[in-house]
Design a protein. Sequence first.
Length: 595
Amino acid sequence: MNTSLKPVVYQLVVRYFGNTSLVNKSNGTIAENGCGKFNDINKRALQEIKNLGCTHLWLTGCIRQATLTSYPEIGLPADDADIVKGLAGSMYSIRDYYDVCPDYAHEPANRMLEFEKLVKRIHDVALKVIIDFVPNHVARSYDSISHPENNLGISDDQGKFFARDNNFFYLGEPPNQTLKLVHPDHWSPANVTFDGKFAGEDGAGNRTPKATGNNVTSASPPVDAWYEAIKLNYGFNFANGETSYDPIPRTWHDMDHVLEFWQTKKVDGFRCDFAHYVPEEAWKFLLEKARMNNRDPQAYFMAEAYPWEGSGDPITRKLQLIDAGFNAIYHGESYQQLKKIYQGHGSLDDYDKEMNSLSERERGHAVNYIENHDEVRVAAPIKISGFGSYNANYQLLPLQFLYGHGAVMILNGQEVGEPGEGNKGFSQEDGRTSIFDYWCMPEFAKWVNEHVYDGAKLSQEQKQLRKFFADLSALCQNQSIRGSGYWGLRYHNRNSEFPDSSDELYSFARYEPFSSKLVLVVANFSGDRTVTGRIRIPANLASEVHLNQDVEVNVILDEAGSCKKHISKTTRTQLTSIGFVITLKPQTSQVVAIE
């Protein structure tokens, strides 16, 4: 029996979690729009996150990034506007792997101490700490002032596009190329000057054009490229698939040093950005080193990864990341399928096929979600690729959170229906809470309530949504949900199979083999109709679970949260022959326990 907790990861974006300034001016500076601080995340906030049922806290965007905000008093000038997206700068355009963002400190000179105290506060409430590890790319201006002896690119052979011990990929042909960068037409803040050239010097002390973070090999990358970031070299030549791993490439050692540094700060794990762009061999090396006994044998690694066969990337299958040692890997396919269905152009059968395609091993490593910082907010309008209402959580979250025994993820603000409204600046009106701009989450700020974190300003509907999140997160620790068993039931409960079944009801079972218990998740995918239908259990599933002859069927979670609503006392024989009747409101889910 699996006795470990199912990971419930709370994504806390430091830049805006504690920010209660409601100005939200497009392209607003840090002085105008405000910014969250490490110290805002006090013991009350952390206890409330713990009470939400979370086990891990992902502190997003901590590592110092390229930015247009300057701190000359501590020797941190602003970067060149041509290599920064947004006034705040992308949280994933790393300026120094060994530093934290001064924006988040009440005393910027003491920013690392404030971060360390936050880590201690998190551990004091028995939560694990995850931070970002961005292994694929860094800012064009990367230059570590914290550990200059470990700077990147210093000893590179800049005459070669690819060399095993180069940190970067150099664009040497044609000769004497000049780096020319363009920015989106919509982003022209009054206080920012663009000249199309990177006027500063990067960590290698030169202006030599390099490949971008998303593999663009042009000295004039297009505006939709990751033009602000340059790609790191792990001994894999992305241009032709050539590899050179023996002896171990220098970048592997450099990144191991970065991980070790943060482990000394008592960080428990890492969310690894775009992990499929780094070779499996490098990951095996890095994760094995991170889990050495003198470091942290339990170090937790979660991969943001979207591998696909034929991509030419070093990782083309999720099993490669599992084999490398990752605890958790994004399951973006399920999220995308649900979004298509909710927006009216998806198929329940396609979704069912995806959910049944994963092996038991893959399910145990799948990270399921319906929000993260890269995705449009659930409450954002459908016209900008949202779900149209935070009520979608009531239907979709049980499907995602209870699907497997792997991790699930909540983005701060999701639990109160933050809609991602407003033209932020670089991010425009895109339904997200920007990773590029200074911004506040107005609905979430009602829960923050000037750092009391009591939700006193929330509406009753928002309070109910947050309670639903807490009840669902608690249900994640149910024995059947932590068990390894999954059984898709759509094939068995179709109208063509049984006339009293409904094709608008989608269901699956979760269980621990031989436990005599089952948990079923049933969802109504009708947009406007309450649906009643029968759900039957296949006889071979009842046998695998060792279901008793006499059983009780109860709803234990619905749109109101945790409950115990009796459906019937029945028998194993009746469950497999006539099943039980269930009624669901439009676009809602219910969780049913059979034992």
